[in-house]
Design a protein. Structure first.
Length: 131
């Protein structure tokens, strides 16, 4: 499992967690945590207390998600830089989606470099159309 392999390299290290699902409703702030243990199906993290989450099979742009049974969980980032890169990519996707009036849902299948190229082309086009 590729997601588990990524997490195994982070075992025992500090990571950054971005809430998803129901957790994101109440608080969307990035949290620093310790990735205590990576098992076959579950991980144990420590934010305030030790908590156990299931490793998701979804791996999007190399980012692993962990889930609870209550439609909540976290995306795990190995560094603040990786989180900032993820945030920039999502902000760029939002610009493209807005430009294409909602047809951007298929963007999740594009590579990161391709998304930035599309955004650059849109910006060039907007400059050209403004004159």
């Amino acid at each position: 499992n590729e997601a588990r392999d990524i997490l195994k390299k982070l075992e025992g290290k500090d990571v950054y967690l971005l809430p998803t699902g129901n957790l994101a409703r109440h608080n969307k702030e990035l949290k620093k945590s310790k990735l205590l243990k990576v098992a076959k199906v579950f991980v144990t993290i420590k934010i305030y207390n030790e908590e156990k989450y299931r490793i998701s099979d979804r791996l999007v742009n190399g980012i692993v998600s962990i889930e609870s049974d209550y439609n909540s969980g976290y995306k795990i980032f190995e560094s603040l830089e990786r989180y900032e890169s993820h945030k920039k990519l999502n902000d760029t996707k939002a610009v493209i989606q807005k430009f294409f009036s909602g047809y951007g849902d298929s963007l999740r299948n594009l590579k990161e470099d391709d998304i930035y190229k599309i955004a650059e082309l849109i910006a060039l086009g907007e400059e050209k159309w403004a004159t």
